[in-house]
Design a protein around this ligand. Structure first.
Ligand code: XMP
Ligand code: MG
Length: 182
């Protein structure tokens, strides 16, 4: 399936496992023991990370999912993310932990945070597996926990796709340019 497709393996399976265990411990220690956390996975890229991270958090957690899409070519900076699938849980007065695959420009995250804030949660924190700081336009968007800082390269695997493919690959890789240049 991956023959001739991989340019470079960026993060190996064991590295993901080790780092996610560390993140889980940090997050566990940050909250109070009896705090209930609503983990909000941003679909679909965040699913693998959510599943593995949740098992490393030793607190009562509820798992919920949200799918959003960004409007292309929007001229305003607010309201250009549309909810495709909303949360099932009400998050009023609850601790929310947003779980993202990758923060690129930061726009998606900014809009998700703004939307969730209107529901008056007790707190909103963000944990992302990958961060591409070079691409950030939303400088004020804060990331509380980050797995790996990566260079400005298109990456796939472990939840991240190229045209919906490769999400099931258990490591993160840079595909050969031929893959997406046709
Ligand atoms: P922003 O710019 O809003 O983007 O922070 C976040 C979303 O963009 C997608 N994205 C990627 N997807 N490989 C991918 O498969 C990448 O290298 C990449 N960079 C950004 C992703 O959906 C993320 O949630
Ligand atoms: Mg994608």
């Amino acid at each position: 399936m991956l023959d001739g497709i991989i340019e470079e393996i960026l993060i190996k399976e064991e590295e993901l496992e080790e780092r996610i265990a560390q993140l889980g411990e940090k997050i566990t220690n940050y909250y109070n023991q009896d705090d209930e956390i609503v983990m909000v996975c941003i679909l679909r890229g965040g699913v693998m990370f959510m599943a593995d991270l949740a098992r490393q958090i030793k607190l009562p957690v509820i798992l919920d999912f949200m799918d959003v899409t960004s409007y292309e070519g929007g001229t305003t900076t607010t309201g250009n993310v549309r909810i495709i699938k909303d949360l099932e849980e009400s998050i009023g007065d609850k601790h929310v932990l947003i779980v993202e695959d990758i923060i690129d420009t930061g726009l998606t995250l900014k809009h998700v945070i703004n939307m969730l804030k209107t529901r008056n949660p007790k707190s909103i924190k963000v944990c992302t597996l990958l961060d591409k700081p070079e691409r950030r336009t939303e400088k004020h968007v804060e990331i509380d926990w980050n797995g790996f800082e990566i260079p400005n390269k298109f990456v796939v695997g472990y939840g991240l796709d190229y045209e919906e493919m490769y999400r099931n690959v258990p490591f993160i890789f840079v595909p050969k340019p031929e893959v997406y240049e046709g």
